[in-house]
Design a protein around this ligand. Sequence first.
Ligand code: IPE
Ligand code: IPE
Ligand code: MG
Length: 235
Amino acid sequence: MPPDNLTIPSHVGIIMDGNGRWAKSRGLSRTSGHKEGLETAKRIVAHASDSGVSSLSLFAFSTENWRRAEEEVSFLMGLIKTHLRKQYDFYKERGLRVTHSGNLERLPSDVRKEILLVEKDTSSFTGMRVNLLINYGGRDEIIRAFKKYIRSGGLPEDIDEEALSTNLDYPDIAELDLLIRTGGELRISNFLLWQAAYAELFFSDTYWPDWTSENLDEAFSHYSKRQRRFGGVPT
Ligand code: IPE
Ligand code: IPE
Ligand code: MG
């Protein structure tokens, strides 16, 4: 459980960055960094769930990550697939509902299959939502939302924020409250562009594999001190 007096954000998004540099600093292969990063993800999912977060969006693979070496890409795809296949008990124990944001089309069919299966198997769970962003890009999601809108007969003159956001991958978790990026970079790299419009930002220098529940508590502690104004003036 986190310390008392913290405001827990409802929807937290994490750009889990720094696996490669973590591995390099230990003389290990980048793939070992990704393996360790997966262990961190499970640790942080458990702590976020215990803390009362409603939805946790985890950036696992971006639409730009295909630019990496073939070996690294196929390792990541394999890691995602095996995790989803083997970790059903982890999700079930905590009642976690798994959803996927991103473009299913370019994913290898075996990965796509595991994603659809875990979404289905956990769909009745009522605990924290774990939204996995795999082959996800914020721009790609917005383009797909426009396509869905047009295909359903939507007219240009009717486009407004609601029309667009109801066509995003998960309209019910459209607002992001806290955006965390680990690993020291100060950018958002195409992560939840629409949803992050009014998110509070928290950047951490710690590489993702070194992240612990204390780091998440520290992010919550900063979030608790923020004054969210949404363009208004506090009365
Ligand atoms: C983040 O770690 C994980 C993915 C992008 C899949 P990186 O692999 O980007 O690690 P660095 O940034 O090279 O250290
Ligand atoms: C963002 O990290 C993507 C994920 C964490 C999955 P990157 O490492 O790919 O981002 P850049 O290239 O540093 O912007
Ligand atoms: Mg990186």
